[in-house]
Every structure is written in C-alpha cells, then in structure tokens.
Design a protein around this ligand. Structure first.
Ligand code: NAD
Length: 302
C-alpha cells in the first residue's frame, strides 16, 4: 500500500488553519515565522518558497529575510539576535546550507532554543535525547504523532511518525532499521522509535552487508541521499518502508533512496518520492511554529 504524504499533509494543514484561527481568537494574534535565506542558491529558493506558501495556507504570518551571501557570520548572528528579542516572532529558521565562510553550528546556536522551529539547537537535541516522555498515555495519530517532549522535535522524523501512525501499524516491539545517521533525520528518528518501544538499528556508510541488516526490519527508514540504494533484496516481505531521500537524476526527475518500482510489491506500506516524506517535513515545520507560539503564550512570553 502506498502512503501518500501529500494527502496526509493536506489534511494536517487544514487542521492547522483551524488551530491558528482558534489561537488568534484566544491570544489576539497569530504565530509568526521568520525564514532567513543567505544568498540565492536555487534549491534553497524553492525550499523557502514552499515554506512561505505552507505558512500562508495555515494562516501563519511569515517573513522571508533574504540576505546577501557576502554577509559575515557576525552580521547574520546580529539579525538573529534582533529576531530573538522581538516578542512578535515565534519561530526562526535559517535555511541551510550556508555559504562556506559561515559556521552553521554557530548560527544554529545563535537562535533562541524556544524559537528554533527546526529543532536543531543543541538544547532541543539534548532535550530529545535525555527526556523520557510518557509514551504509555500517548495515543499516536497523524495529528499527534509524538508524545510531549517539551521541546521542538526535528520536522522530518516527526513527519515520519505521523506517516507511521496513518498505517495503524503497532510500533511496540517492532524491529526498526534507520539507514543514515544525520543529526536532522537518522539520529532523532532512532531516538523517537526507541521511545515508541522499537528495537532500533542504525545503519550507515560503514555498515557491512546492508541488505541483510535491512531485511531484519519491520520498519525501514532510509535517509542517505543515494538513488535506488535500497533494492528488493533489502526488504522483508510486508515491511513498512519510508523513503526520505531526495535525489535529482541526470534526466531531471526525482528519485528516492529506495527503488520504488521493485520494492512496492514486497513492502506492506511504502512512501513514494516525490509526495511522501517531503510534504510532511514542511507541514511539521508549520506545526512546530504553532507549538513554539503556544509554549511562548503559556509562559507569558509575548
Ligand atoms: P546526510 O546527507 O547528512 O548523510 C547521509 C547519511 O547516509 C550518512 O549518515 C551516511 O553514513 C549514510 N550513508 C552514506 N552512504 C551510505 C551507504 N552506502 N549505505 C548506508 N548508509 C550510507 O543525511 P540527511 O541530511 O539525513 O539526508 C539524507 C537524504 O535525505 C538526502 O537525499 C536528503 O536530500 C534527504 N532529506 C529529505 C528530507 C525530506 O523532507 N524529504 C529531509 C532531510 C533530508
């Protein structure tokens, strides 16, 4: 069965419109997201445009701050400091990658953790790893895919948990394999699945016999960036397969990390590329903005 991230994302965005309208009535204003783009990298421009459109659809106020790629790290951080201090701004996102002369880690650290809608700030990452949420009392659904960690969870793994919830498959006790160990997808994904009582293996570029490792998986999440790395000999029959990869092929088309055509009949559930994880990531960014706003309002920080 194909999991349509596009359809689930559309459902979630309609729900977010309602959340935002209810919040406007309660707090007298709507959430505000600022997206900072440095330079004119064409891929970044597309990603930023998608984020601004999603915000508009959800009735989230948004601002696109386009800065020249010659900007110094210090000046970029000064812009962030201004936004940190602005009580009308709830979420700040710096579109990555940044030009080489700027240290991304310094920039991410410059964002106030409570406004870090990507969940990349070390305070949010540490909180995710050290906090044990009350999973027993949490009923996962596409709308509420993760228990309350009290911090921002990175958008892609959060969106994947929403996709998993859409299948109705019970996660408790399942074998999960996450291929890729990045800070933004693989690592947080592994922690979130551990917290959902999965037995998790993280595979990476030095893993030996990747197909054998993947075949153990009831739930296989692939975030590598290599087109069609995962072939049918990597799939356990009936497995739930989530393809995070986005790869532009020489003919201009997009491919995931999973060979969709040859895996779709073996997998129990599988996501396509495009139309799978991608739309969910942007959607979760909107939810994270709403959640940052809500937390700030509850703390009286407005
Ligand atoms: P990354 O690019 O930072 O790292 C790649 C990971 O893959 C590394 O951990 C590496 O160890 C592993 N790897 C490399 N070759 C491997 C191999 N042969 N076998 C097993 N593992 C191998 O990772 P990322 O930032 O998570 O991005 C991965 C892919 O996911 C990219 O295609 C990216 O564009 C895509 N992505 C998509 C979304 C989305 O919303 N759909 C979000 C984030 C990333």
């Amino acid at each position: 069965m194909i999991i349509s991230g596009k359809d689930i994302a559309a459902q979630l965005r309609s729900d977010m419109q309602q959340q935002v309208e209810a919040m406007a009535a309660e707090y007298g204003r709507t959430p505000c997201l600022v997206v900072i783009q440095v330079g004119n990298d064409p891929a970044s421009t597309i990603y930023v445009r998608n984020k601004m459109r999603a915000a508009e659809f959800c009735h989230i106020r948004s601002q696109h701050l386009l800065l020249p790629d010659s900007i110094s790290e210090q000046d970029l951080c000064a812009h962030i400091a201004e936004l940190n201090a602005d009580n009308d701004v709830d979420g700040i996102l710096v579109q990555l990658p940044l030009p080489q002369h700027i240290d991304e880690e310094h920039v991410i650290r410059a964002i106030l953790a409570e406004k870090d809608v990507d969940g990349f700030h070390p305070a949010n990452a540490a909180h995710l790893w050290l906090h044990q949420p009350l999973v027993k009392s949490h009923v996962a659904s596409i709308y509420n895919p993760v228990p309350d960690y009290g911090c921002t969870i990175p958008c892609t793994p959060k969106g994947i948990l929403s996709l998993l919830a859409s299948t109705g498959v019970e996660l408790d006790g399942k074998r999960a394999v996450v291929v890729g160990r990045s800070d933004i997808v693989g690592k947080p994904m592994a922690k979130l699945l551990m917290d959902r009582q999965c037995t998790v293996t993280v595979a990476h570029s030095h893993t030996r016999d990747l197909p054998a490792v993947c075949r153990e998986a009831d739930i296989l999440i692939v975030a590598v960036g290599k087109p069609k790395l995962i072939t049918k000999d990597c799939i356990k029959p009936g497995a739930l397969v989530i393809d995070v990869g986005i790869n532009r092929l020489p003919d201009g088309t997009l491919s995931g990390d999973v060979d969709f055509a040859e895996c779709k009949d073996i997998a129990g559930f599988i996501t396509p590329v495009p139309g799978g994880v991608g739309p969910m990531t942007v959607t979760m960014l909107m939810q994270n903005t709403i959640d940052c706003f809500r937390r700030r309002m509850l703390q009286g920080k407005e």
